[in-house]
Design a protein around this ligand. Sequence first.
Ligand code: KG4
Length: 330
Amino acid sequence: MKDIITLGIETSCDETSVAVVKNGREILSNIIDTQIPIHEKYGGVVPEIASRNHVEAISRVTKLALKEANIDWEDIDAITPTYGPGLVGALLVGVSYAKALSFATHKPLVGVNHIHGHIAANYLTHRELKPPFLCLLISGGNTQIIHIKNYTEFEILGKTRDDAIGEAFDKVARVVGLDYPGGPKVDKLAENGKPNIKLPKTHFENSLDFSFSGIKTAVINLNHNTKDINQADLCASFEKTVTEVLIENTQKAIEQTGATILAIGGGVSANSYIRNEILKLQTDKLKVYMPDLKLCTDNAAMIASAGYYNYMAGKRDELNLNAIPNLKLT
Ligand code: KG4
């Protein structure tokens, strides 16, 4: 069978990334131009600045991705940009660029949901992984337990009712004085702490939904009201408590669905404590998968992989494809 090559384009937040992927599974190139140093001084992503930097970077990053993959335009079967969810101005840069490429090269345009990309990061790391499986999706914008029915069909079993887990990590980081992006720094600081501070957990009856606003507020209040609080202990306690909630709901989802495969995905799946605890769920009845660390956070290879599966399912978009900032997976 002929190889199918997809060109993934990712500009939903603060990484300009373009990648070339073969048959949805093999990365030929994955260029990531991060804007983190630009946004660091503002303590978070400034949407307008993100859009401008995507505009400046996109052509350069695309050329590099083609060069590193050692392919020409003729070799590409589909152009697959992220069209949501994300920052609308940032998304528009990738979507407009992809539409122009599709028009100029006569290659099909196939839009990709960013969350689908985070799930697909697992296909790039584990060639043997096939649906159906459960995915615990933990990122800066989303926290969901998803039943992956097949490569392009999903059912959301549980989701956050307020903050995404990544937002909570970033907020806790800010409270204890760590720079943006705070998640990885909380991860590091927690390694030196003891999880000895009691923090609240939120559960909903008969539901797999999450809520992280209560624990976030508890960390803010404790930090303000407790003299000389050990910040490493606070980070370790936060990490342990949210991980327990993630695992409790995931275990319920496994019981309810009888799933035999669990994957994780999204930026927060790079967290070392969460990875360790999730791995402990593996038994002879449950296989656990997680993406390579470098594929957990935003990158275009995962988008090109998801784009491949959309393409194979016959999905095609017209040149009126628009950015949808609050795009849902189902
Ligand atoms: O998936 P991602 O790159 O962007 C979205 O699609 O939302 O996730 C970014 C989030 C940020 O909140 C960042 O702080 C968090 O992932 N993150 C981490 C770690 N690495 C990234 N959170 C905890 N521990 C980490 N090691």
